[in-house]
Ligand binder design. Sequence first.
Ligand code: ADP
Length: 197
Amino acid sequence: MDKKYRTILLFGAPGAGKGTQGKILGTIPNFFHCACGDVFRSLRIDNELGRTFLEYSARGELVPDEATIRLWRNSIQGSQSLGHFNPQKDTLVLDGIPRNAEQAQMLREALDVRAVFYLTCPDFNRLVERLQRRALRENRLDDANLNVIRHRLETYEKETKPVLDFYGKDLVHSIDSTESPINVLREILRIIATLPA
Ligand code: ADP
């Protein structure tokens, strides 16, 4: 890759509201939202990686890194060829990737990370409740089962949280995700407005 993508990361536990914020940010001109989970869900079940995704996500585990990064690269290159994402002008809003320190390392050459928005939620039950509410609305099998939800939250604590250390505290902005979406958005936008061009 010749040039790094100017990037902001949405970070936080499943159910913290990364997708909600990412979708809104993606509607702003010159911001392009990419949610790794959505890329996986766009695969077909007769595709080998589609089946792998189903197998891992149904258990609440992460899909292996090599396959994840390869899929993500293809997807982002596809968005560029279609003209949806222009890295010369656009800021990439990543949601759900990198999801462990290895992925962060693998993406080091590709991403110029300007800020990490860490949507915090100290209340475990609130996350569970949000995920369960989403299960039917968004047809998410991995949100329907309480054991799978618990395992995803454990995976997040063990494997995903170290990504924060990878980027370091100067880049990480903690935002209370128990605030209303509009207040979370306001805080994200306030910080984005202070980032150098
Ligand atoms: P949530 O943030 O609620 O867990 P996602 O849609 O981001 O939802 O992820 C759903 C599932 O997709 C994860 O549990 C995992 O199996 C898989 N997945 C998504 N992103 C990644 C990634 N970067 N690396 C590995 N697996 C991933």
